[in-house]
Design a protein around this ligand. Structure first.
Ligand SMILES: [Fe+2]
Length: 358
């Protein structure tokens, strides 16, 4: 967010009533749709997958293009199989229509030549109401679901969904989640459908429990916009923005991760903070490793950390200054993660972290 976060949140509680108007129930997207493949860029059919991990990319501005140039250069040498777009796909307020020109300017054009499936995640900016990033107009995000039918590369068949790769005898299953209803700065306090214990989140949780339990994939990877652990300015779930105000501190997000994700997936990939972090699991993580890749167009450089005097999470790597992206190489036997930063002055990517994580 570009506004002062604490000042903004101080007014959020009184403004929440307005969000009631903006977040009417839309059960049309309550159940995840099967992933349509007609007219879409083919999903990879390989047991060696090279996954490009980007987040918070959709500005359409020069830094996004420079980072995408570095991705293109790498793709030409070692082709990616697919990409993850971890939310905030259309800055600053999200799309205004299914055919909003912003999709072209902030996704299609900057990513030209990166012609593989992009599994897209809903972010808070994609669901803006009164202020950019407030997450208070959840129906706005449905335009990004509708855009699935308009773009061969943009995959978002519903607000939450999963993709198995290869589709037969999968090596990996990506569980793409939408936690925006319980993470919004303008929470839908009077819209029961979107409430933490409402229909949307309950159905998503029930689906996720079942989908993970039934998954035959070796690698199970949860993809969200909002992180569980985070050493950057937004802070950990349950402590978002360094505030104790529920629910905007992400208390329900924390609960959701702990009840439905942690200990069930090897990796949790998130954006939201404009940084690159490879964090170690803590005790509640139950072995699930949090990775944050939200620096595809912006850096948190200069923003104060919300963690204050709190002990930061243990990290294998963290970078709050550079733009960049990550690459996850998956085989039946290994998961290798590389972090690449991009020098905006010359566009050169640097492999600043490389590790076999599993
Ligand atoms: Fe965000």
């Amino acid at each position: 967010m570009n506004v002062d976060r604490r000042g903004f949140l101080a007014g959020a509680a009184t403004a929440a009533g307005l969000a009631t108007v903006a977040t009417a129930a839309d059960p049309a997207w309550a159940e995840p749709a099967p992933v349509p493949t007609v007219g879409k860029t083919p999903l990879p059919d390989s047991n060696n997958l090279r996954v490009l991990i980007t987040g918070d990319a959709g500005t359409g501005a020069r830094p996004q293009w420079i980072v995408a140039d570095a991705m293109r250069e790498m793709h030409a040498r070692e082709p990616f199989s697919l990409a993850l777009g971890l939310g905030d796909n259309v800055y600053e307020q999200g799309p205004w229509a299914d055919d909003d020109a912003q999709f072209q300017a902030k996704f299609e054009d900057p990513n030209h030549g990166l012609d593989f499936p992009w599994l897209m995640v809903q972010g808070n900016h994609d669901n803006s109401s009164l202020l950019p990033g407030d997450g208070g107009w959840l129906l706005r995000g449905d335009h990004e679901v509708a855009y699935h039918a308009r773009s061969p590369r943009w995959f978002m068949p519903s607000r939450y969904y999963s993709v198995r790769l290869p589709q037969e005898q999968p090596l990996v299953e990506f569980f793409v989640l939408d936690l925006n209803p319980i993470a919004a700065y303008l929470p839908p306090l009077f819209a029961p459908y979107w409430a933490a214990d409402g229909q949307f989140m309950s159905e998503q949780a029930a689906w996720l429990d079942r989908a993970i339990a039934e998954s035959p994939a070796k690698w199970k990877i949860a993809c969200t916009h909002h992180p569980y652990l985070n050493n950057g300015p937004h802070g950990n779930a349950g402590e978002y923005e360094g505030l104790a105000i529920e629910p905007v501190n992400g208390r329900f997000v924390k609960d959701f991760f702990e009840a439905h994700v942690l200990g069930r997936c090897q990796f949790l990939l998130s954006g939201h903070d404009h940084s690159l972090q490879v964090l170690d699991p803590n005790t509640p993580s139950k072995g699930t490793r949090q990775i944050i890749s939200g620096a595809a167009a912006k850096s948190v450089h200069g923003e104060p950390s919300a963690s204050g005097s709190r002990t930061p999470n243990s990290a294998l790597y963290q970078n709050f200054d550079d733009l960049g992206f990550m690459v996850l190489d998956l085989t039946a036997a290994s998961a290798d993660l590389g972090v690449y930063t991009v020098d905006l002055s010359n566009g050169a990517p640097t492999n600043t972290f490389q590790r076999r994580l599993a």
